[in-house]
Design a protein around this ligand. Structure first.
Ligand code: AP5
Length: 220
């Protein structure tokens, strides 16, 4: 069965953490625009060079750049089984472009992860990620520390902090979310396609809330 799901939420809400699990459980590709940009930046591509300045300061990348990149990714064959979009759409223009791409309704469900702002800042400022661009290891100094400090459990590469997890960039990302992405929430709520999920508590508890919400909204 094909499922097309959008995972929304502020920076640090746990989208990447949850998307990897949920996509594997529902056997659909996990498509993160943030991860796609980070791969391009690590490769030193033209697209990566265009996006890097915006990402490092915490600004959204302009719509036309994001839309070209996303259009290419959702044209790949694995998308026939559906998809879990993480970090897209983030503006009304992106949500509308996604609707135009699919006749008869682009998505089955938008899941909004909700967490208190203080907890978002704690999650982002304590996050360490694997420096190996082929590895998706993500850790947290308090909540999910690596076995050996500074080293990725999965591949043994060094852990680093993302440039946009510095305090000033975190503030800017939260502002961008409040000013631009709230319109996307309204967009899906008006269409009756939005479900809100409490993203506080353990990773396992949040995952089971998300999966119940998906099962209720899109029965197999
Ligand atoms: P992106 O990579 O999408 O960043 P984001 O939305 O700011 O989200 P994060 O990755 O920071 O957080 P998350 O919600 O995935 O949380 P995570 O699971 O890692 O985008 C980066 C940038 O790219 C944007 O700022 C923008 O510039 C650009 N961009 C991307 N898409 C774009 C678009 N569509 N349009 C324009 N620009 C775009 O968790 C965070 C931490 O908390 C981790 O350490 C994790 O271990 C921990 N954690 C997670 N869940 C829990 C839990 N339940 N309990 C305890 N700890 C937890």
């Amino acid at each position: 069965m094909s499922r097309r799901i959008v995972l929304l939420g502020p920076p640090g809400a746990g989208k990447g953490t949850q998307a990897a699990r949920v996509a594997a459980d529902f056997a659909i590709p996990h498509i993160s625009t943030g991860d796609l940009f980070r791969v391009e930046i690590a490769a030193g591509s033209e697209l990566g060079k265009k996006a890097k300045g915006f990402i490092d300061t915490g600004d959204l990348v302009p719509d036309e750049i994001v839309l070209d990149m996303l259009a290419a990714r959702i044209s790949e064959p694995d998308v026939v089984s559906g998809f879990l979009l993480d970090g897209f759409p983030r503006t009304s223009a992106q949500a509308e472009a996604l609707e135009r791409r699919f006749e008869g309704g682009a998505i089955d469900l938008a899941v909004l992860l909700e967490v208190e702002e203080e907890e978002l800042v704690t999650r982002l400022s304590g996050r360490w990620v694997c420096s190996n661009p082929k590895c998706s290891g993500v850790f947290h100094v308090l909540y999910s520390p690596p076995l050996v400090e500074g080293i990725c459990d999965s591949c043994g590469a060094a852990l680093v902090q993302r440039n946009d997890d510095k305090p000033e960039a975190i503030r800017r990302r939260l502002q961008e979310y409040a000013s631009k992405t709230s319109a996307v929430i309204d967009f899906y709520e008006t269409r009756g396609e939005l479900v809100r999920v409490d993203s506080s508590g353990s990773v396992e508890d949040v995952a089971s809330r998300i999966e119940s919400a998906i099962d209720n909204a899109i029965p197999a």
